[in-house]
Design a protein around this ligand. Structure first.
Ligand code: ADP
Ligand code: MG
Length: 138
């Protein structure tokens, strides 16, 4: 089924010493028949990050992670393609890069469970909640 998902290229994509990670990811999307429907360079306030990651509130990594994601350049995207919710998560790899499958973005670039370079909606419901926060007109 052709569907959409919401993706973030996290701040570490743009501060990594390897300068071409974003363009590598755009190419990877294209080669895997995933279309970028909309894309924006933004920064999130601390409150927006807290809202976005509300399900993790109270966990030990939550506040440092919120700080890490706040007030830094990052890219948000709407992706479209066949089964793209699971396909994009497959390309991302496991949350913990040391557990990620070879060839995945998190395997190739991820530094730690918190510094893992990319976000992707985990379900259709998550996509609908997440996309509204950044693409209000969709
Ligand atoms: P995913 O991004 O794979 O969907 P989660 O939704 O569980 O993973 O967590 C959201 C983000 O919070 C992760 O991508 C990661 O950056 C951070 N995170 C999750 N669990 C941990 C953890 N145990 N330690 C540090 N950071 C974490
Ligand atoms: Mg998640």
């Amino acid at each position: 089924m052709i569907e959409r998902t919401f993706a973030i290229l996290k701040p570490e994509v743009f501060t990594d010493e390897r300068k071409d990670i974003a363009s590598f990811i755009y190419k990877l999307l294209d080669l895997n028949r995933i279309k970028i429907v909309d894309i924006r360079l933004i920064q999130m306030t601390e409150n927006e990050v807290k809202q976005f990651y509300k399900e993790h509130e109270g966990k030990d990594f939550y506040l440092p992670y919120v700080k890490h994601m706040s007030n830094k350049d990052l890219v948000v995207m709407i992706l479209e393609g066949e089964d793209v919710i699971s396909k994009w998560r497959e390309l991302m790899g496991s949350t913990d890069p040391s557990q990620a499958r070879v060839g995945t973005i998190r395997y190739m670039f991820g530094k730690s469970t918190s510094v893992n370079y990319v976000h992707g909606s985990s379900s259709k419901e998550a996509y609908e909640r997440e996309v509204k926060m950044f693409f209000k007109e969709i």
